[in-house]
Design a protein around this ligand. Structure first.
Ligand code: SF4
Length: 238
């Protein structure tokens, strides 16, 4: 197969709708010769996908985005994951000139002043590096789950990413939080130590806080914004 066009997506959805997570990853590995890329944010869901890819020796490239504002614990986890699995996770950084211009224009913490500023920061630090990372990809894989936020509740396991003009596969889309933690414990998958301190969804250090019991999973991300705005843009292009 190697590539999928937008017009073929509905037929593909029917073909793969009953596959398990590992069956979906195997399907990708077998059908997208060397151009299937997995974008890991090092969150628990993504750590599970890394574990599945490595343990099953799948033909899927693993990369991450280093925004430059990550927690030390996230960098520690990146190093620990590479060591445990004996892999190299390719790292994509923001372009230095774009970053300099952003900071001159908005200030070092300008992302808190408005949603527009915040989206501009996410564009320079995340979206543009993602575009470079996916420039020759035919499909990308991510760890989204439907129950993570109101912006994700209508998603299916394969969606069209209009910005990159490729399909995006979410093999854990139906998993519950309990499913995730059961897998992490059962398979001894390394995870970010901040999860034990009340951080459920972990992004940049400056834009993530711990949450308290009863709060939504993503309440600690950009907590000063309304829930419907809480996407950095990585997963909102159709
Ligand atoms: S999460 Fe915050 S610091 Fe990170 S890229 Fe987005 S606005 Fe910038």
């Amino acid at each position: 197969m190697n590539t999928i066009r937008l017009s073929e997506l509905n037929a593909i959805k029917k073909t793969i709708q009953n596959k398990s997570s590992i069956e979906l990853l195997n399907w990708v590995s077998e059908n997208f010769s060397n151009q299937a890329y997995f974008a890991t944010s090092l969150g628990v869901e993504d750590q599970i996908i890394t574990d599945m890819i490595v343990q099953n020796d799948l033909n899927i490239k693993i990369f991450t985005l280093d925004t430059g504002r990550m927690f030390n614990e996230s960098y520690d986890l990146l190093a620990q994951t590479e060591l445990k699995y004996g892999i190299k996770i390719e790292i994509f950084n923001p372009e230095s000139r774009d970053l300099e211009k952003l900071v001159i224009k908005d200030g070092i913490n300008g992302f808190k002043k408005s949603i527009e500023n915040r989206k501009r920061c996410c564009t320079v630090r995340k979206l543009n590096p993602l575009k470079r990372a996916l420039s020759d990809a035919n499909i990308w894989i991510c760890g989204l789950r439907r129950e993570q936020s109101v912006t994700r509740e209508d998603m299916s396991c394969i969606e069209w990413d209009g910005l990159h003009a490729i399909p995006k596969l979410s093999p854990l889309i139906d998993w519950s939080e309990k499913d995730v933690w059961n897998y992490i414990k059962e398979h001894k998958v390394p995870y970010n130590k901040l999860h034990d301190k009340g951080f459920l969804s972990i992004g940049c250090a400056s834009c993530t806080r711990a949450i308290t019991k009863g709060e939504d999973i993503r309440a600690g991300r950009w907590w000063w914004e309304a829930p419907e705005h809480k996407e950095c843009g990585l997963h909102s292009q159709k």
